[in-house]
Design a protein around this ligand. Structure first.
Ligand code: NDP
Length: 451
């Protein structure tokens, strides 16, 4: 553990022992502990109070069976998770992920990151995360609805607008949230709009929530570029993924004058040197729910599809890289290629998309690097705005909501920037985000006694 203060090494050893077989969770804890040596040097009482150990231990972890019947009448079983990580700042808040790779360690890493991210927004929300190993691919709407209803039949007992408020994540968009919220309403006989965010506009959703994570990452990255006297205008940009976060990152980057030339899904990536046609991409992904290769097929000459086993999207030279698909999608090797090709900034839309080695490569090369827990916080911040609108039975305009989002992202950027300076590491957004998020949660817990 070369980069971890020796006082903190036993904490990581214990987390690793107690959470065996959960490498993503170990990685997320490791990364935060790397930043905290400077904090305990300044505030040794955090060690005496075992605050770091307490923050690494989720308050509650729920694992449950999800039985459902497919269209052929066959009974299927999935596993559901809800990890209620930390409620020092407010009700547990964090999305649900449906993907075959989901397991307890992945949900714990996401819940841990979420706790600091939510603290960074400055809103009154704690951290949580959930999901299932359910694979949506090839499933009909009716199957997805039955699955969501079965999941909620168990999960509703742990939720509540003052207790735990889920939202979307990979595989969970407006359709899935509608099915889950509908079942929650039936089971509880309460119209508790604030129990879920990312809802449809017709039943209490917030304008700009769908766009918020991608837009927010673009605002954050723009603020970083401005510290070096530049911006997105005229820059070549690569965005991985083609889901919710990626699509709205592309939209905002384009509105700032950037040219996005590549995006991807798990089957491979597309390269369009003229700049991606977003309307076509949205139609293929949002409406037809097809693979990105369809874009290259329709556009024809000059647009390339490169299958996942033939290369990675990070081979494409760009000024700004915005990984927006999944964890550990950008390796040390990819980072070295990006640096060699002249990348100047990386804004993480996904959670922990860069491996620890990749982060090191970017930082050593002096690249502007925004960690996901700060740069993608716009989604959850706008979820908190949705909760505000629900509590006051109000509905804001798109412009009003986006203006709040822009201010929040600017504040998060400035907080990370100033914290890094205060702790002697100017320009290190990873350190700034980890410390600022941690101190907010730790201070609240300290004031509440041994909880
Ligand atoms: P979506 O399900 O809408 O899109 C995910 C995209 O990433 C798809 O293009 C998908 O391709 C690709 N992808 C997912 N898993 C893999 C994988 N294992 N390998 C390669 N590609 C993969 O999810 P979101 O856009 O909502 O989420 C993307 C990331 O952003 C996640 O890390 C999520 O945690 C994070 N995030 C999301 C927020 C939100 O508001 N939605 C908020 C903050 C963070 P395919 O369809 O082929 O699987």
């Amino acid at each position: 553990m070369p980069n971890i203060d020796e006082k903190l090494q036993p904490i990581l050893a214990e987390v690793t022992r107690r959470n065996a077989g959960e490498p993503e969770f170990h990685q997320a804890v490791h990364e935060v502990l790397e930043s905290l040596g400077r904090v305990v040097a300044k505030h040794p009482h955090y060690l005496d109070l075992a605050l770091i150990e307490r923050i690494c231990e989720p308050e509650r972890q729920i694992i449950f069976r999800i039985p459902w019947t497919d269209d052929k009448g066959q009974v299927q079983i999935n596993r559901g998770f809800r990890v209620q990580f930390n409620s020092a700042l407010g009700p547990y808040k964090g999305g649900m992920r449906f993907h075959p790779s989901v397991n307890l360690g992945i949900i714990k890493f996401l819940g841990f990151e979420q706790t600091f991210k939510n603290a960074l927004t400055g809103m009154p929300i704690g951290g949580g995360k959930g999901g299932s190993d359910f694979d949506l691919k090839g499933r009909s709407d009716a199957e997805i609805m039955r699955f969501c209803q079965s999941l909620m039949t168990e999960m509703h007992r742990y939720l509540g607008e003052q207790t735990d408020v889920p939202a979307g994540d990979i595989g969970v968009g407006g359709r899935e949230i509608g099915y889950m919220f509908g079942q929650y309403k039936r089971l509880t006989n309460r119209y508790e709009a604030g129990v879920f965010t990312g809802k449809g506009l017709a039943y209490g959703g917030s304008r700009a929530r769908t766009e918020a994570t991608g837009y927010g990452n673009t605002y954050f990255t723009q603020a970083m570029l401005q510290t070096r006297g530049t911006d997105f205008d005229g820059k070549t940009v690569v965005v991985s993924g083609s889901g919710n976060v990626a699509i709205y990152t592309i939209e905002k980057v384009q509105s700032f004058g950037g040219k996005v030339i590549a995006c991807s899904d798990s089957s491979g990536y597309i390269l369009d040197e003229n700049g991606l046609d977003l309307a076509l991409l949205k139609e293929i992904k949002d409406q037809r729910r097809e693979r990105v290769s369809e874009y290259a097929r329709i556009k024809g000459e000059g647009v390339h599809f490169i299958a996942a086993d033939k290369g990675t999207i990070w081979d494409v030279p760009c000024d700004v890289a915005m990984p927006s698909a999944t964890q550990n999608e950008l390796s040390g090797k990819d980072a070295r290629i990006l640096v060699k090709n002249g990348v100047i900034a990386v804004g993480e839309g996904a959670n922990m998309p860069s491996t620890p080695e990749a982060v090191k490569v970017f930082q050593e090369a002096g690249i502007l690097f925004a960690p996901g827990k700060a740069a993608n916080a716009g989604g959850v911040a706008t979820s908190a705005l949705e909760m505000q609108q629900n509590a006051s039975r109000d509905s804001w305009t798109f412009e009003q909501t986006e203006a709040r989002l822009a201010t929040i992202m600017r504040n998060i950027h400035d907080t990370c920037h100033q914290t890094a300076e205060e702790y002697g590491a100017p320009g290190d957004y990873v350190l700034g985000a980890n410390i600022a998020g941690f101190v907010r949660v730790a201070e609240a817990m300290r004031m509440m006694g041994v909880i």
